[in-house]
Design a protein around this ligand. Structure first.
Ligand SMILES: Cc1cc2nc3c(=O)[nH]c(=O)nc-3n(C[C@H](O)[C@H](O)[C@H](O)COP(=O)(O)OP(=O)(O)OC[C@H]3O[C@@H](n4cnc5c(N)ncnc54)[C@H](O)[C@@H]3O)c2cc1C
Length: 307
């Protein structure tokens, strides 16, 4: 029996939708399975995406899905892939199981599942995440410009990130969170010269109405006014799908277990491709769109070579 799909894309965020567009335009039979939880879904707007700057994330994904409707070889399906195996059995297909119990198979698979962003464990972060608390100043710095802002980072990246925040505000504090002992004299001098305040007290909570931030609260009961907070994150795989398929991962400065991919978006498993945050690239919607598009072109060529 002919394989119904030439490619299955797991994940219909920026990378997956972008890949589906290229595959659809190349008339490849493509299934996109998407659980509908893009990483920036909570954010007010997408900062820095040409053509969609500051637009709500949902409007980008809705437009993407609407554009795909023009291509009959692409099917979008809501759901979650819960198990993956192969290529095995018939010798050439990946086999997938979805959360509704259905099964699908295809000779090419694109992982575009995004990553889980793990943030510091601090009361008040979760409800402000992607708004007044953020991990990327390029995405959210503009929105808090000229206001009192801070970076929570007692580690080796804190100084650089504090200096970076100065691009957006004259009122920047480096919160070392009780961990600033490693700050060298040269670093302290540089921060002082650039007008960055260093506050070494332990932060215990964030305060402000709703998703807004007004102040960070310290263990000694004191507070510092702060309307935007940059926090460190580490990216982690959202599921075991990649490792179940045998794909190699590696730890890097951004992700604890990014998929190893080559310049053509191939993973270590033949036929298995990956795009978006799941590779070791700097997370951004523009990067995800670009990598999804490029990965799909490789897949189209790959299908042709194998035919
Ligand atoms: C809070 C926040 C705000 C951000 N703001 C910006 C910004 O302003 N500008 C910017 O450029 N970047 C921003 N980013 C980064 C940007 O959102 C990501 O780099 C980009 O969305 C990655 O796209 P992706 O397609 O790889 O993953 P995602 O957008 O995360 O999409 C992955 C999709 O795969 C689905 N999925 C996962 N597992 C499965 C499964 N097993 N089965 C089926 N579907 C699955 C998910 O539900 C999701 O819909 C932000 C990130 C965060 C966390």
């Amino acid at each position: 029996m002919e394989n119904p799909w030439e490619c299955i894309i797991i994940g219909g965020g920026a990378a997956g939708l972008s890949a589906a567009l290229v595959l659809g335009r190349a008339r490849r039979r493509t299934l996109v399975v998407d659980a509908g939880e893009p990483s920036n879904g909570v954010a007010e707007g997408i900062g820095g995406l040409l053509g969609h700057d500051r637009q709500p994330p949902e409007s980008l994904y809705r437009t993407g899905r609407e554009e795909l409707a023009a291509y009959p070889s692409v099917e979008m399906r809501s759901g979650r892939v819960v198990a993956a195996s192969g290529p095995a059995g018939d010798g050439e297909s990946f086999h997938l199981e979805l959360d509704d119990g259905s099964r699908e198979r295809a000779p090419r698979l694109l992982l575009a599942t995004g990553m889980q962003y793990r943030m510091p464990d601090l009361p008040g972060i979760a409800e402000r995440w992607g708004r007044s608390v953020f991990h990327c100043p390029f995405c959210h710095g503009w929105e808090v410009r000229d206001r009192p802002i801070a970076v929570l980072d007692g580690g080796p990246t804190g100084v650089q990130r504090a200096l970076l925040l100065r691009l957006w505000s004259d009122d920047v504090t480096l919160l070392t969170n009780g961990d600033g002992a490693d700050l060298g004299a040269d670093e302290r001098t540089r921060l002082e010269r650039e007008g960055v305040i260093v506050d070494e007290r332990e932060v215990v909570e964030l305060r402000g109405p709703g998703d807004e931030l007004e102040a960070v609260v310290f263990a000694d009961g004191g507070e510092r006014r702060c309307e935007g907070l940059l926090v460190p994150v580490t990216l982690h795989q959202r599921s075991t799908l990649a490792s179940d398929l045998g794909a190699l991962t590696e730890a890097g400065p951004i992700a604890a277990d990014a998929l190893v991919i080559d310049s053509m978006f191939r993973t270590s498993v033949p036929g298995l491709f990956a795009a978006g945050d799941i590779g070791a690239q700097m997370p951004s919607v523009a990067g995800a769109v670009a990598s999804g598009s490029a990965a799909a072109r490789t897949i189209v060529h790959d299908l042709l070579v194998a035919a």
